[in-house]
Design a protein around this ligand. Structure first.
Ligand code: ADP
Length: 326
């Protein structure tokens, strides 16, 4: 019913629609129409009501909202199947369960908050209300090796989105943290679902710290939020739609075989290229110059003229002069 009212209001393109015609179109009483409108206003819809003229839709909510997000989507596949929750333990975990029921490429799960969101190696990912916590199912037409590059694509799409929408100089900290002013604003968790066989099924978890203050983090994380940086509330539906749009372009470009383009875009966002870094692997610290990444995503370190490569699973990376063992 709620979505039907929104559809009718939207079709009026900002013009008024009378309570009478709404009640007729939806076969409900005018009191019921009024009640629905109140509910929509509480959900953040800006609806102007005038006696005799009726109602008109002026604005959609900044908070995540299924109908508003569907209006914003400009993708072919990503987000066309959308599952929306007020709260979940973890969007990645739910989507992993759903894969077993044979969900299609592009399926998205979004929750307003997660109670046990996680990052790599089951590290906790704090996910309060106001953030964008989204998981995406991809069955890309890619070889095994290329499918693994999709976490790089996601980093590019995220950084690009923050630049497109808010003019932020977003960077990517290898392997795939998105940072603004040196602090983590978004994270990516790529997981393989089911058997890693001919058709790869990949789950990409994306978390963006958006409409909440970083002061709510339980500990002092080197993290920030869009609200802290921009000083205003962003439209999460718009953010999600732009992110899915940019990510779809990245997926398609990889499917067309443009690995070089991906590496170039990734490198253009990368933080610390040609600068001294320290990398810790299994207790040993390697200090060298960060030269970039190979096509497979491995980090290239120049150790006094000798190149070493590192894969993301096994190491942690620190700026050269700020190294402190954890
Ligand atoms: P990394 O690879 O940098 O350790 P992960 O992607 O594994 O990061 O994410 C988990 C870590 O991110 C946690 O251990 C915590 O330090 C940090 N963290 C948790 N929640 C958030 C958040 N909402 N924003 C930024 N950082 C977070």
């Amino acid at each position: 019913m709620r979505n039907k009212i929104l559809d009718v209001l939207k079709n009026q393109q900002g013009e008024f629609v009378s309570g009478e015609s709404l009640s007729q179109a939806l076969s409900i009483t005018r009191a019921a129409v009024w009640k629905q409108i109140q509910g929509l206003k509480e959900a953040g819809y800006e609806i102007e009501g005038q006696t005799r003229k009726g109602y008109r839709l002026v604005g959609t909510p900044c908070a995540l909202d299924l109908w508003a997000l569907q209006q914003e989507l400009r993708t072919q596949a990503l987000g066309r199947q959308l599952f929306f929750f007020a709260e979940l333990s973890s969007t990645n975990d739910l989507l992993k369960d759903m894969v077993r029921q044979g969900r299609e490429h592009g399926t998205v799960v979004i929750a307003r908050r997660q109670t046990t969101g996680h990052g790599r190696m089951q590290r906790a990912w704090e996910s309060p209300e106001g953030g964008l916590w989204l998981s995406l199912l991809l069955k890309p037409r890619l070889s095994l090796g290329d499918a693994a590059k999709l976490t790089l694509s996601t980093g590019v799409a995220l950084a690009q989105t923050l630049q497109d929408l808010y003019g932020l100089a977003a960077g990517i900290k290898w392997p795939n943290d998105v940072v603004v002013q040196g602090r983590k604003i978004a994270g990516i968790l790529g997981e393989v679902a089911g058997e890693w066989t001919t058709v790869q099924t990949l789950i990409l978890g994306i978390g963006v710290n958006a409409n909440f203050s970083g002061q709510t983090f339980s500990s002092k994380l080197p993290a920030t939020t869009l609200q802290d940086i921009l000083g205003y509330e962003v439209n999460l539906n718009h953010l999600a739609a732009q992110l899915l749009f940019n990510l779809e372009k990245e997926v398609q470009s990889l499917e067309q075989g443009d690995v070089q383009g991906l590496i170039q875009r990734w490198t253009s966002f990368a933080v610390g290229i040609n600068q001294p870094v320290r990398i810790e692997r299994a207790g040993t610290v390697y200090a060298g110059i960060f030269k970039g990444i190979r096509e497979d995503g491995e980090l290239i370190l120049d150790l006094e003229g000798q190149e070493m490569t590192f894969s993301s699973g096994e190491v942690s990376l620190r700026a050269g002069d700020q190294y402190s063992p954890e």
